[in-house]
Write a protein that binds this ligand. Structure first.
Ligand code: SIN
Ligand code: FE2
Length: 255
């Protein structure tokens, strides 16, 4: 049940449960909720915090400009899953460690696949981290995902980091994407929300290890990226380099 922003501030909220504005108690009353969405009240999606519209257009454009420079130093690449399947989402990274994947597994690498150093994490991304994860140490790893037409990302946990208590901060830019969140075990009930450009999701606490994925992207729905597509930037505290540590139990990330 997708809801129109005209009748409810929670654009794209999907699923049954208490109204996220916490002022109405039942999903069936959503249609009647005319209370404007409160920027200070994030959505709670199975414990994952979703800040709708956290980043204004200027902030989004600044980040995209920084990512264009980043991608000159570290181009987007197609990674293989440990099973040898090409991921549909193209990826690059920044920071002392960046997330990579190949036949040897998922994990963090201090160098790009061609041996070059990763660029530094753009300062504007630290600003976002400080807004939503102020108590956590600063991230040392930035993953940049590019979703072109027809791409998606399978349900997975983020668990390649040395220390799993620090939050994961995920920034959406460009086209809208259907974000699905489950629990800590695969296959349980899930909730979904359409993420729009400028939305920021935080996986922390009990939901730090929540299964999550992107079911689909509404290609061409956004105005930020002239050629369409979606960029997702994920900031993490990777902590320590360990050679690919998750191949043995790797769920295939991408469809
Ligand atoms: C991810 O979990 O790595 C990406 C999530 C997203 O694209 O929003
Ligand atoms: Fe993830």
């Amino acid at each position: 049940m997708a809801l129109s922003g005209a009748v409810h501030g929670f654009v794209g909220y999907i699923g049954r449960g208490p109204c996220p504005c916490k002022r109405l108690s039942s999903w069936k009353f959503f249609k009647n909720c005319s209370i404007p969405w409160d920027m200070n009240t994030p959505l709670d999606l199975n414990g994952v915090t979703v800040w709708k519209g956290l980043l204004d257009r200027d902030a989004q454009e600044n980040i995209v400009a920084a990512l264009r420079i980043l991608a000159e130093a570290a181009p987007f690449r197609t990674y293989l899953t440990p099973g040898g399947k090409a991921m549909s989402v193209r990826m690059t990274g920044a920071g002392p460690l960046a997330w990579v994947s190949d036949r040897s597994g998922y994990g963090y690498a201090p160098l790009q696949p061609d041996g070059g150093a990763w660029p530094e994490i753009p300062a504007c991304l630290f600003d976002v981290w400080r807004q939503v994860a102020e108590d956590a140490p600063l991230p040392d790893s930035c993953l940049v995902n590019f979703y072109g037409e027809g791409t998606k990302m399978g349900m997975h946990q983020d668990r390649d980091e040395a220390e799993l208590s620090h939050p994961v901060v995920s920034i959406s830019l460009g086209d809208e994407a259907l974000f699905r969140v489950g629990g800590r075990k695969r296959g349980g009930p899930t909730k979904s929300v359409w993420l729009a450009s400028g939305d920021v999701a935080v996986l922390s606490g009990e939901a730090r290890l929540a299964y999550h994925g992107i079911d689909r992207v509404r290609f061409g729905s956004g105005t930020l990226l002239p050629k369409g597509g979606r960029i997702n930037v994920t900031l993490r505290v990777a902590g320590a380099y360990s050679s690919r540590n998750s191949a043995a139990r790797a769920p295939e990330r991408s469809g």
